[in-house]
Design a protein around this ligand. Structure first.
Ligand SMILES: [Zn+2]
Length: 394
């Protein structure tokens, strides 16, 4: 594939820009005229494909790189159709510097391993639609587009990707489940179409179980439990103890050692290995959907998982309400040195030194995003990053 070219705008580049605009307009009109939804989505694929072919020919996409430095206002997201579970997820993704830069920039689209139009359609079908839509949405968020919602984002996903069909309604859904599906899709897409799977590099964690026989000292290890989200049961009232319970050594009463055939004298221990960013799910919902409303305390700085690294908190996804289908999602995110609360269209600064604010956050915390200290500025937020509300005040 050709490299990005600098300098003057070529006719092809102008065409790319106008295709991109057309693609966006197409999406916006779609919501007003839902009866022609399918025709329009087919059209979008055609236009998106044309954009891609232009990238192949011209070597650059006619869009600009944007980051927080050009942010014009607070990027709240209005909630018109029970979409707080999507709003919360989008805010968490946008709030992470690594994801924001990945999709706002054009680089991740330039390096795609695609050699035909057919390839591009498969790319869209896999997770490319999510990537292109995140690009559009993040761009609108950065520009401070007023009245912005995730409705188009959701509709496009539901239309192009089978795994999102379950979201084709105005019901409340689980942010955790959506996060899993989006990260899995993007990871598969990056594995196949990009030079590096950054989702695996940044977010992957694995739980490695070792079984030790106390009779013959034989040990066997399995490394099967790998995911983007570490699910922790709420067995104690602080996160550290919950994680310790999760990893604690247990006696295996029914286990027979493969080597010496002794039964009931083996123990299993677990070791967690994580990527720089650790996403923890506090399992507040059981099979019945009934919620565990217990307060769980968690450190803002210095969560220790293994001897060498300390993790600092970057974001909290909270759930208030009695069960999965009747609650409300909102987030807290660290931007620079401030903590901001993103609650649909409302964005406000919060002070966790206030006992009540902290106590509520501990009661409602559902997903916690930690990042290893050495990588925090690179992947989550820089200390000197000016928070969103400060742009709004200007
Ligand atoms: Zn043994």
């Amino acid at each position: 594939m050709s490299q990005p070219m600098g300098g003057k705008t070529s006719p092809n580049q102008e065409r790319t820009q106008s295709n991109l605009e057309e693609w966006k307009i197409g999406k916006r009109q779609k919501t007003k005229d839902s009866t022609r939804f399918d025709d329009r989505s087919i059209n979008q694929i055609k236009i998106a494909s044309q954009i891609y072919m232009d990238i192949m020919v011209v070597g650059r996409w006619g869009c600009h790189d944007l980051d927080l430095s050009s942010l014009r206002s607070t990027p709240g997201l209005v909630n018109t159709k029970n979409n707080c579970y999507i709003n919360a997820l989008i805010q968490v993704m946008f709030g992470m510097r690594c994801i924001r830069q990945l999709f706002l920039g054009r680089d991740c689209f330039l390096e795609l391993k695609i050699s035909s139009h057919k390839d591009f359609l498969s790319y869209l079908k896999m997770g490319g639609t999510i990537a292109l839509n995140l690009h559009t949405l993040f761009e609108d968020m950065t520009l401070g587009t007023s009245g912005l919602s995730v409705n188009n984002f959701k509709e496009t996903l539901v239309t192009h990707n089978d795994e999102f069909k379950r979201y084709d309604n105005d019901l409340q859904h689980d942010t955790h489940e959506l996060l899993s599906i989006i990260f899995d899709s993007l990871s598969m897409t990056f594995e196949k179409y990009h030079s590096e799977n950054v989702f695996r590099k940044w977010f992957h964690s694995s739980l490695c179980g070792t079984i030790n026989c106390l009779t013959c000292k034989h040990s066997s290890t399995n490394d099967s439990d790998q995911s983007f989200i570490v699910e922790i049961a709420i067995e104690n009232d602080d996160l550290k103890s919950c994680i310790e319970s999760h990893l604690k050594e247990v006696a295996l009463e029914d286990y027979t050692c493969q080597q010496c055939k002794t039964s009931g004298n083996s123990r299993r221990s677990c070791k967690m290995t994580t990527s720089p960013i650790l996403i923890i799910l506090l399992k507040r919902f059981g099979v019945s959907g009934k919620k565990i409303t217990k307060k769980v305390t968690f450190p803002f700085y210095g969560l220790v998982l293994n001897k060498d690294s300390k993790y600092d908190l970057g974001a909290i996804v909270s759930h208030s309400g009695r069960d999965l289908s009747h609650g409300h999602y909102f987030t807290f995110q660290r931007i620079g040195c401030s903590w901001l609360n993103f609650n649909d269209a409302t964005v406000s600064e919060v002070n966790f030194e206030c006992e009540r604010t902290l106590s509520n956050a501990q009661r409602d915390a559902y997903i916690l995003v930690y990042c290893v200290r050495e990588k925090f500025e690179e992947l989550i937020t820089k200390k000197d990053e000016v928070s969103y509300h400060k742009f709004q005040e200007k």
